[in-house]
Design a protein around this ligand. Sequence first.
Ligand code: FAD
Length: 535
Amino acid sequence: MTSVTASPVDFASLPRAELADDGGRALDALVLVTADICGAVAQAVAAGYAVMPTGGLTSAIGSFEYAKDGVAGFNGVVAIRPKGALVAEVVDGCTPPEQLLTHQVAIDAANGLIAVGAGLTFSQVNAALAEAVNPCARVLVDLTSIGSAYVGGVVATGAMGPLRMRPSVTLEAVVLADGGEARVLSGDDLDAVEGLQGWTGMVVAAQFRFYEVPSSEFGLVLPVQGSDVDAVAGLLAYLEPWTQVNLPGAGGHLGNGDTVLNGVELVSRDSLEDFVNHAPEPARTKAQGLLQSCEYAGADMLACITGWSEQTVDDVLFSLMDPETETIGGVMIEYGIGFSSGSEMETFRAIREGAPDLARTKARVKPEGKMKPWTSSTDINLAAPADTGAISDVLTAYADYRAAIRALAKEMAPTGIEIELAAYGHLSPHGIDPHHRVTVFAPEGQDAALDEARKAVLAFKRTLIHELLNAAERGGSRITGGEKGIPSLVEIARAAGGEDRLPAELKTRLTRARDAVMAAPVNFTFRAPAELKGA
Ligand SMILES: Cc1cc2nc3c(=O)[nH]c(=O)nc-3n(C[C@H](O)[C@H](O)[C@H](O)COP(=O)(O)OP(=O)(O)OC[C@H]3O[C@@H](n4cnc5c(N)ncnc54)[C@H](O)[C@@H]3O)c2cc1C
């Protein structure tokens, strides 16, 4: 509800947060779980609290970090979390988004619109659409945490999944609470919320356009030789026509009944090997089969292709094949493995997501006798033309980064420092963002060596971003940011040597983000980076 006079909150009696930032430091905050975000935010602001919006808590960007003196004058920090539910409650389709509770949805099927409360996940939103409209109706937000991240958190982080579409591509409106009456933002004003991590206010609800997708989903895994950047680039350039998602009008059918590839994801053989050692069945046996395929094909990476189609996975394979070469973009199909039914797709996802999840988890756990690991992942999304040379140029920058990290690992081994590299993530030509996670493990007491490794990795990462900016300029590609929203842009700007060196589109987004942060109440902006506060 928009009401700012909701039942009074007794802040003194709220529990303390059991939250921690990425470095493992406890966050000193109260926690308030509520179905009435607007009322809670207004009371928190009036009572002199800094507000940290929280969602599904699936983000790993150190977003809870704040400088103590930044909140001077406040009573403290209150973490406000929208109340969720097991299933979404469907209310009258005419209900305005600003009147939704955090677990409610309002579906306007005639206009292809769904308004959703901030405390739902997109799995729940799509389940409500399937029930009320059609099993193929979807909001096209596909990050791999759609079952655990909340709508508010996804909008606030500007998250993207394999489709490489930011929420704003299908967002109609957002309801924002920042202390007074809730405001409904749309059009260009969405820039004042998307990707801003809650630094300008708290997302109460959002309204999305939804679409119908072809009736069956498939997965196809092709072993590839990642060090052969031309071969991978050839595959991506070849697949480009199937990865173009031209959105019809809201509620319309995607892909004219043809096959749509909604993701080309990379999983490195190393991370798959690690996964096999920990995975439950049936994913383990299937992953072992994929490792065998890598072995036969002499491959060090897997390209995991997903899509929607009206055809069977065998027919899809046939339709993707170049009849002259009997390959898919130069990649032999004889070692490819297809997945089609619901349970097979679950296994496919368990493998595709399991490998990166393991790397993320490992990076958070302090091993016996060692310090807490330090970790850093790359995140820069680049839309390339269907040109093998241009894509190859981009992939070469990543190959150089991998080589630099491996050399560093070798050089630092005598100090007891271990450096692990896991590559996974997005290869769709209109969204090349293969995350490369580096994790550094150091024996207790080796602070100086850990610091040295950390600085070297960050320097290589800056070089990578530089190289990507150069490759984009040479090859006619477009850097579109990253999946951590504005923090990704800030990182790219720092690596580029300043905002002025950014492509015009990104520079404009950063300027708009700064304007939004500077206009927002300090109760929210206390966590924003200095660059956005005019410093
Ligand atoms: C297994 C796994 C897979 C993932 N896959 C992807 C992926 O494919 N793509 C991707 O982009 N990310 C991915 N992520 C990262 C994460 O899921 C996303 O960043 C997600 O959008 C965070 O949503 P959340 O609800 O968990 O937000 P939280 O982690 O709770 O918060 C994230 C940030 O948003 C702010 N925030 C939260 N709720 C609100 C609100 N209502 N209003 C305003 N600000 C708010 C918080 O203050 C914080 O700064 C993955 C994470 C995991 C663990």
